[in-house]
Design a protein around this ligand. Structure first.
Ligand code: GTB
Length: 215
């Protein structure tokens, strides 16, 4: 069955891998699954045919036969549950890996998104500079604990899993802020994730859409 995902026709980051289709592409690459991409504009995302697949008018979406999904975490879990390479076989290890997926999206990512809002959308507000240190400290709080838990381990719970895939994807958004480099082991963890051949293929595929044509 053909898998089709959606991605930005033109990503606001110019193809630095920050839009969430990269997470889905990475999961598909880890699982060794071929896929097609339907590129959509901001206007396309708000049209009825896209809203039928994604009620909030966003990317990414995932379509496979009669199944259509939205929400990156749900899509990655769907892929991981059906194909080897992203979740351990053992029931308890599997449950722990899924816990890390939720931790990435529900605990670590929200303050990082808040930081993005503070530095991009609220940049010109009169209170922005005063608020920023507070927002950055809210990012650092879970990172301190995550860093302590990871220690010098390669991955969060033994072998690489979908939990690592989402955690690395969430953390790499922090690099431009300089906060990631405050945590030596987390910076190395993100670099390990980005060095995986499946990540590199996913990154290259989304970059190819966004990079200006050569010549
Ligand atoms: N909870 C949803 C999920 O995890 O799938 C959130 C999906 C989402 O935020 N989608 C964004 C979107 O479609 C793109 S990824 N936005 C358009 C809209 O809402 O109208 C978020 C994103 C966008 C751009 C950058 N960037 O340029 O750096 C980074 C991340």
């Amino acid at each position: 069955m053909t898998i089709t995902i959606t991605a930005f026709e033109r990503s606001p980051d110019g193809g630095k891998g920050l839009a969430r289709d990269t997470r889905v592409r990475w999961a598909l690459e880890e699982a060794g699954l071929p896929y097609q991409v339907r590129l959509v504009s901001f206007a396309d995302m708000k049209r009825p045919d896209h809203l039928a697949v994604h009620p909030f008018g966003q990317i990414p979406t995932y379509e496979e036969g009669s199944l259509s999904l939205f929400e990156t975490g749900a899509i990655v879990l769907h892929i991981a549950e059906r194909h080897p390479g992203l979740l351990p076989e053992d029931r308890e290890s599997r449950a722990r890996a899924i816990t890390w997926m939720f931790a990435a999206l529900n605990t670590v990512e929200p303050p990082i998104l808040e930081l993005a809002n503070a530095t991009i959308h609220e940049r010109d507000m009169p209170w922005s500079a005063e608020r920023l240190p507070l927002v950055k400290d809210r990012v650092r709080a879970p990172l301190n604990q995550l860093s302590a838990r990871l220690g010098d381990a390669e991955w969060l719970d033994g072998t690489f899993s979908a939990g690592d895939l989402l955690m690395v994807s969430v953390l790499l958004r922090l690099r431009p802020s300089g906060i990631l480099d405050e945590f030596r082991n987390l910076a190395a963890y993100v670099a390990r994730g980005e060095a995986r051949p499946a990540y590199r293929r996913a990154f290259a595929a989304q970059l190819a859409v966004n990079a200006p044509p050569v010549g």
